[in-house]
Design a protein around this ligand. Structure first.
Ligand SMILES: [Mg+2]
Length: 395
């Protein structure tokens, strides 16, 4: 592990809501909800009324009757994200994108020119000046602790945890601050009388494993001691286009999961076609009840942005994962298309009948463009609630 605190976790504050407030100054200082039937983002003015994400817009309105509800504008958020990543990339070569609005930056290589705190302050000022958005930065020796620090410093804050104060900072915090602790794990810990990270740290690893299961027991044992050896790894954040959807913890049928997958594939391939990209590798991401994850991928012979081709591939991958899903229970499904190429030079992807299905895609794209994504939906999605679906990374 790094001897100095040089890992930054930079996280935009209430990202979608902040973009809306930036672009419509009359919304500044007002409670803003972004979403259709589910709140995807809430401004801090709305959060002050107890609104959180995801919750239904109806429930949020009951908590905060004055809230202004705004339809999401994904293209504006993708563009803002690209601008912010440009600031990240100008700050250090070591940027690891986590999602559309947060990234880890390792600034160890810059320590002769500037201290991490100065770099973070400049980064915040640059994002404010160039993109017009508030961003919070946490700084620590580990990725995990940097993320905890930014969570504590929000909104519009900067917090460095010095190496000598790590456990003093971490141990009084509620267990919910630990990465990967959701409602179920938190409840189990509360039943044991455990509410703070320090109390988690008093448990032997075996005891945590027997209460929480192997993956999350080991995970929490390590995090409560700030053990996190993962380095910041540069990821090509424009190398894939993807979307994911949380499924919640209640039991769900395979039909529900594959319906959700259809919606994700439609969204992803539509974004690919708008961006003029096609890709060869289809990646299916799954997360399970015990926090473990699995990734399945298949590389096609030729790049495509065709919904039918990518859906067929993703569905085959999902079918291959059925035993795993039945054994562990599924809480998240995601799909991404990687190995992206520009649309030019596309070849025929046999044996699918490209001509017909491309014509269908083009027709649907046109309807979507004119009337919005709810105008047309494939039969399998009718009667299904739309899940909370978030773009993973900027295209
Ligand atoms: Mg954020």
């Amino acid at each position: 592990m790094n001897g100095e605190a040089t890992i930054l976790h930079a996280d935009l504050d209430s990202f979608f809501a902040a973009v809306e407030q930036r672009d419509r100054p009359e919304l500044l200082g007002k409670p803003v909800l972004v979403g259709g039937w589910v709140v995807l983002a809430a401004s801090y003015e709305a959060k002050a009324h107890g609104v959180y994400t995801p919750m239904s817009v109806g429930a949020a309105r009951r908590l905060c009757p004055d809230a202004v509800v705004v339809e999401p504008r994904m293209s504006a958020y993708t563009e803002a994200s690209r601008d912010v990543y440009r600031v990240f990339d100008d700050t250090t070569p070591h940027v690891e994108g986590l999602s559309i609005d947060e990234a880890f930056l390792d600034v160890r290589c810059l320590r002769r020119t500037a201290a991490p705190r100065e770099i973070a302050a400049r980064l915040r000022a640059d994002v404010r000046a160039k993109v017009g958005l508030p961003i919070t930065v946490g700084i620590a020796r580990t990725k995990f602790l940097a993320k905890v620090a930014s969570g504590v410093a929000k909104p519009d804050g900067l917090l460095l945890v010095p190496p000598s104060k790590e456990l003093a900072f971490l141990h009084p915090l509620p267990v919910e601050r630990l990465w990967g602790v959701g409602a179920v794990t938190a409840r189990r810990l509360h039943e044991l009388g455990v509410t703070t990270v320090g109390e988690v740290a008093e448990f032997a690893e075996n005891d945590l494993v027997s209460v929480l299961g192997r993956a999350s027991g080991r995970h929490l044992y390590a995090l409560a001691r700030n053990h996190d050896p993962r380095p910041v790894r540069r990821r090509r954040h424009r190398g894939s286009i993807g979307a994911q959807s949380a499924l919640g913890r209640r039991p769900k049928s395979l039909e529900d999961v594959s319906a959700r997958l259809v919606g994700l594939v439609e969204r992803v391939t539509r974004r690919m076609r708008v961006a003029g990209r096609s890709g060869r590798t289809v990646v299916l991401r799954l997360r399970f009840d015990d926090f473990s994850r699995a990734t399945r991928s298949h590389t096609l012979l030729h790049p495509t942005a065709n919904t039918g081709v990518i859906l067929a591939t993703a569905t085959a991958l999902l079918e291959g994962a059925v035993p795993l899903i039945e054994e562990r229970g599924i809480t998240l499904v995601g799909v991404a298309v990687a190995n992206l190429a520009d649309e030019t030079g596309l070849q025929l992807a046999l044996p699918f009948d490209r001509r017909d299905s491309d014509a269908l895609d083009a027709a649907l794209d046109e309807v979507w463009q004119r009337f919005g994504s709810r105008a047309v939906t494939r039969a399998v999605l009718i009667g299904k609630r739309r899940g909370v679906e978030m773009p993973l990374l900027p295209d």
